[in-house]
Design a protein around this ligand. Structure first.
Ligand code: AKB
Length: 355
């Protein structure tokens, strides 16, 4: 990977971890469209050529490797970090301890670096962190259906390692933002150098649907997988029941909302964590609309009991009022509009150009 130049002065940069994932891909494109020249991106694997071209520098680095992060960050003046690196819910259930290392220890590394840099600059370093609907957990399907839309601070009893990790990291972010080293000697006598050194902001994503990329390792993957399989003319066996319902939004909406939260004035934010989502279709409703656009789509429902249980523990829909009131979040698309205006035109073009 291209190496960032070691200059006399530290170059200003926006720092992205897990940049090779779906959200990283969208975020880099969005920053580049805005003409930002200062993107510094890291991932375990090399980024694709198009993403690399949009960045000032890219590095192969593991978020668990504190020395590697320190080496990279010593070259930059970072005031904003988007910490996207994570092991998603399905993959995490095969290797929970590794997921914990990446999802929790990686986040502690980022928060600690942000705190150190914030102290050094004498102003807060912004850490934007995607959490997930996996932070919720219902004990039964009947309870999930009874409750309907959930707000941020109820029913947070996750059943997956990924969900536990996300929920805990939300709390860690709050701790670094408000209580970091609260009893340390440099925190006494009214000279609190640690308080407010990290400006932590968090969105809880629903399932995300991108026209450009297909997710791997998640449990909300059935919707994007179904759409991309139909566009490629492939059969799709959906691993959840037809009546399964969780919230979703398109990738561009998720990226826009994340950037909107990042840009919101600190004083307008009344909480650390914000739900966002656009629509809550059942898997069957998605299959119906997919077949309208791809009449020969071959979709069957063959639930995998264990993945089904994970999806059944996630809420049907999200109450996004806090995001709307505090920083103006509004969904752009209904499910139908998402297909008509974003997914179908982009997916069709993408697979045509690959044919
Ligand atoms: C997953 O399925 O693990 C993710 C998520 C809902 O956070 N897409």
């Amino acid at each position: 990977m291209e190496q960032g130049a070691l200059g006399e002065r530290r170059q200003p940069a926006v720092f992205i971890t897990g940049a090779g994932g779906e959200v990283g891909h969208g975020l880099i494109s969005s920053f580049s469209d805005e003409g930002r020249p200062d993107i510094v991106a890291t991932d375990l694997r090399e980024l694709d050529h198009k993403s690399r071209e949009k960045c000032a520098a890219t590095y192969l680095a593991d978020v668990c490797d504190r020395d590697a992060l320190d080496r990279i960050l010593s070259m930059y003046q970072v005031k904003e970090m988007f910490h996207l690196a994570a092991v998603l819910s399905t993959r995490a259930e095969f290797a929970p301890e590794i997921a914990h290392q990446v999802n929790v220890n990686g986040t502690v590394n980022i928060l600690q670096i942000a705190a150190e840099q914030g102290r050094m600059y004498g102003e807060p370093v912004k850490v934007v962190f995607p959490s997930s609907i996996a932070a919720y957990g219902f004990g039964s399907l009947s309870q999930k259906k009874e409750v309907g839309a959930v707000s941020e601070y109820v029913h947070c009893k996750p059943s997956t390692m990924y969900g536990c990790n996300k929920l805990y990291c939300e709390h860690l972010g709050r701790y670094y933002a408000h209580s970091y080293r609260q009893l340390a000697t440099d925190s006494v006598q009214g000279k609190d150098k640690n308080r407010g050194v990290v400006d932590f902001r968090c969105v809880r994503y629903p399932g995300l649907i991108s026209a450009e990329t297909v997710p791997t390792g998640g449990t909300s993957d059935f919707v994007p997988e179904m759409i991309h399989a139909a566009a490629r003319g492939e059969k799709y066996k959906c691993f959840v029941r037809e009546d399964t319902r969780i919230p979703f939004m398109t990738m561009p909406e998720a990226i826009d909302a994340t950037l909107q939260l990042a840009a919101a004035p600190r004083e307008e934010l009344t909480q650390i964590v914000y739900n966002i989502s656009s629509f809550s279709p059942s898997a069957g409703e998605v299959a119906t609309i997919v077949k309208q656009y791809f009449p020969s789509a071959d979709i069957s429902f063959e639930p995998d009991e264990r993945r089904q249980a994970i999806v059944d523990s996630w809420p049907e829909s999200l109450d996004c009022n806090a995001a709307t009131n505090d920083w103006g979040f509004t969904p752009k698309y209904t499910l139908e509009q998402a297909f008509e205006e974003y997914l179908i035109p982009r997916i069709t073009k993408q697979y045509e150009s690959k044919a």
